[in-house]
Design a protein around this ligand. Structure first.
Ligand SMILES: Nc1ncnc2c1ncn2[C@@H]1O[C@H](COP(=O)(O)OP(=O)(O)OP(=O)(O)O)[C@@H](O)[C@H]1O
Ligand SMILES: [Mg+2]
Length: 156
């Protein structure tokens, strides 16, 4: 009998800087085709995380929330970054080929990834962010695939 135990790593963030540090630590483990799925309420820190990750990658362009464009691509860093915010995806009635980005050689970060569960790749890192109070967040890291399990072990 095979028992599959879903691993999860909980990290408490007490301020914006803590969330940025978690993003920077994950950035240092980045690899081509890495996929990070961010899930959490409005204002939980998904964009804060993405901006810190981008900056650590050496991206000098300004990271703006891609809510109305769905996908933004930044290429000035060590690896390309594909930043998606799929919150409004249902409003756009076209297939924008999200899956095509997962194996283009860059890092994909998806805000509101829970809205496209059926499109997510099998191997990925999910980060569920829970708002506790104005400045406190609990980040739950759930790795899918050995490479992400190893990364969580290293950074937690
Ligand atoms: N511990 C924390 N981690 C991250 N952000 C925090 C924290 N404490 C307070 N904040 C604040 O919460 C806000 C998070 O905003 P952000 O735009 O990153 O949220 P979001 O999850 O991307 O929201 P949306 O769903 O609207 O895209 C910022 O104003 C930030 O300063
Ligand atoms: Mg956001």
């Amino acid at each position: 009998m095979i028992v599959v135990i879903e691993m999860e790593y909980k990290i408490t963030s007490y301020n914006e800087r803590d969330t940025a540090t978690i993003a920077e630590n994950l950035e240092s483990e980045k690899f081509p085709n890495m996929v990070i799925c961010l899930m959490g309420d409005l204002g939980s820190g998904k964009t804060v995380f993405t901006k810190a990750f981008a900056k650590a990658t050496g991206i000098d362009e300004e990271i703006t929330s891609p809510t109305f464009n769905i996908i933004k691509e930044y290429s000035s860093g060590e690896l390309p970054l594909y930043h998606m915010d799929v919150y409004r995806l249902e409003d756009s009635h076209e297939d924008i080929g999200i899956e095509d980005y997962f194996d283009k050689g860059g890092v994909t970060i998806i805000e509101w990834a829970d809205m496209i569960r059926d499109k997510l790749p099998e191997e990925r890192l999910e980060i569920k962010i829970k708002v506790i109070d104005e400045n406190t967040r609990i980040l739950k890291l759930i790795p899918y695939g050995k490479i992400y399990e190893d990364i969580c072990g290293v950074i937690s």
